[in-house]
Design a protein around this ligand. Structure first.
Ligand code: NI
Length: 386
């Protein structure tokens, strides 16, 4: 154990303080007004330059190095979730029904720390670091909004992270290639013919047909996707009728598809349509599939992942190869336009992301801030040498 200097301890306490303030005052996607003000205020106190994003919420910090070079970006998301907190912490959410249950407060505190550290190390920075405090990650809409503003035009690399409760503090998961899943949404409407529940022969029962469709959909992953690839299809809502003695006229199935490989993803809607329409037709009904893409899979750049692992080891973090997550992450939108890498940061959590009792280890904040400051400096140096 390395003994900490007074300065280190004060820095740590300051970041923990930011995190607790943010944790007490969670705001939902695109409503992060107070969060935006707080971040701007803290950056201003630390002497870090910010520019107004042409968005209602979110902040962009800019740290110009003393040496010329390219522009790179770091990103933190800033929104919370509609969850009633049940941690019992003294700094638990003061807002009923809202909680930072995904750790975006941890991300913000870490990036605020990285901004301060970088601002004190401008003589080592060969270029410019932009730090985006991005709104609306949870709705999947924030990254695209930021991209549309043009603030990332010309950026050579983008780096970000998610806290990971099942990794220990001091551990970082780094992996090139696919890390998080593409997120698709589907709705299947089955149109039958309603009738008296006592005389089904007079109708076409969409409840029975919907049940067959749910069962048949299970064969897509198990029988048509290679066991060496990954996909999940979940029907999470099945709704029909409103009483006990009437067969309804229609049924609805809704759910999500998660994939990691673009070719696998591209084949699934066609297979779902064939099954839904074919099964419905076999029973004399009609099925209509609506299929929407919510975001691509997150694909990490090989070179930047390698550089990040070097920096992480140098910064004293334990580097592991993480298991990819079927959760979506809108950072994937940046990676479709800009080479970059996204990491899983260990926080020794007691529970899972999006759960009301999640408590993370605040000792993970300062090391995470130091890692991102080191990484920004290293990446700029390496890009300059290319
Ligand atoms: Ni999150």
């Amino acid at each position: 154990m390395i003994s900490k200097t007074v300065e280190d301890k004060a820095f740590e306490q300051q970041l923990i303080g930011y995190r607790r303030k943010l944790h007490e005052n969670p705001e939902l996607s695109m409503e992060e007004y107070e969060t935006t003000k707080a971040i701007e205020g803290w950056l201003d106190e630390a002497g870090v330059e910010t520019i107004d994003l042409p968005l209602e919420t979110g902040v962009l910090a800019i740290i110009n190095g003393k040496k010329p070079g390219p522009v790179i970006a770091l990103r933190s998301d800033i929104d919370a979730l509609p969850i009633q907190e049940k941690t019992g912490l003294p700094f638990a959410s003061k807002v009923p029904g809202k909680m930072h249950a995904c750790g975006h407060d941890f991300h913000m505190a870490s990036m605020l720390g990285a901004a301060q550290l970088l601002n004190g190390r401008t003589d080592e920075i060969e270029g410019t670091v932009r730090i985006i405090f991005q709104p609306a990650e949870e709705t999947g809409a924030g990254a695209l909004r930021v991209l549309k503003t043009g603030v990332l035009d010309g950026v050579r690399a983008i780096l970000g992270m998610h806290d990971m409760p099942n990794l220990a503090t001091g551990t970082i998961g780094i992996k090139s290639g696919p890390l998080m899943a593409a997120v698709d949404h589907f709705l299947i409407e089955i149109k039958g013919k309603g009738t008296h529940a006592a005389a089904p022969e007079n109708g076409v029962d969409p409840v029975v047909i919907a049940s067959h469709v749910v069962t048949a959909l299970q064969s897509i992953v198990s029988r048509t996707i290679s066991p060496l690839n990954n996909a999940v299809i979940s029907v999470s809502r099945l709704q029909a009728g409103n009483t006990w003695n009437v067969i309804p006229g229609k049924a609805e199935l809704e759910g999500t598809v998660r994939t990691f490989q673009e070719d696998v993803r591209a084949r699934i809607p066609g297979k779902m349509r064939r099954i839904a329409e074919g099964v419905a037709q076999a029973f004399g009904a009609q099925a209509i599939l609506t299929y929407n893409s919510q975001g691509p899979s997150l694909q990490n750049d090989e070179k930047l992942s390698g550089w990040a692992a070097e920096t992480a080891r140098k910064s004293g973090l334990h580097v592991v190869t993480p298991i990819p997550s079927t959760i979506g992450e809108d950072f994937a939108q940046y990676l479709e336009k800009i080479p970059g890498a996204f990491f899983f940061m260990g926080v020794s959590g007691n529970s899972n992301l999006h759960e009301p009792d999640l408590i993370i280890d605040e000792q993970a904040i300062a090391p995470s801030a130091r890692f991102f400051a080191d990484l920004a400096i290293d990446v700029l140096k390496k890009l300059n040498k290319e």
